[in-house]
Design a protein around this ligand. Structure first.
Ligand code: ZN
Ligand code: ZN
Length: 189
């Protein structure tokens, strides 16, 4: 939680601005494979400017994303950097993405940060573009080389076909039956 910013020095003074550094952690912002590490704060250097409509917050939000590769499940981190340009208005328009500015002259950036970071959380992060993932049979990490499972993987749906193939092969090499090579047979003298 970052906590409310006192902007009473700006409210009602269009054109006046100042900078504000914010830093804090945001709880419970995660998906299955992506989130914010609990111990690394999100920071932002913001310019807060009073406009006729409210307080405009602009700048850049920085932090670290804690991710898990969707292919090999390895954990890794990625830098987060998001542009901020949001209006905090005393009376936010209903179908706008404005945030409420508290009547006492305080601006709470938490929901804005949640929204900005939330859209940055990747649905299927990959540790590197050519990650080979895990072996579907033994679970071995294919990035570390070929896995150790050597048994040929026969899909049960094809197992019957394998048997049929064997039967055909046996009858082909059966000396009692003429081999089916008539087209290739050389003409008899
Ligand atoms: Zn991976
Ligand atoms: Zn394997």
């Amino acid at each position: 939680m970052i906590g409310a910013i006192d902007v009473r020095d700006l409210v009602g003074r269009p054109g006046v601005w100042r900078s504000e550094h914010i830093s804090g952690t945001i709880d419970d912002l995660e998906t299955e494979l992506a989130g914010l590490p609990a111990d690394t704060p999100v920071t932002a250097d913001l310019i807060l400017e009073c406009l006729a409509e409210g307080i405009l917050a602009s700048g850049r939000l920085r932090g670290v994303l804690s991710l898990r590769c969707a292919r090999c499940l390895k954990g890794f981190e990625e830098e987060l950097s998001v542009e901020v340009r949001e209006l905090f208005a005393p009376f936010p328009h209903e179908d706008s993405d404005e945030y409420p500015l508290g009547p006492e002259g305080f601006l709470d950036p938490d929901q804005m940060i949640r929204d900005l970071v939330g859209v940055e959380l990747p649905f299927a992060p990959v540790c590197r573009p050519d990650c080979r993932g895990l072996c579907g049979r033994c679970g071995g990490d294919l990035n570390l080389g070929e896995c150790t499972c050597t048994e040929p993987d026969i899909d049960p749906r094809w197992a019957g076909l394998g048997e049929l193939f064997e039967v055909l092969h046996r009858s082909e090499s059966d000396p009692g039956q003429a081999p089916d090579q008539s087209a290739e047979r050389s003409p008899e003298p």
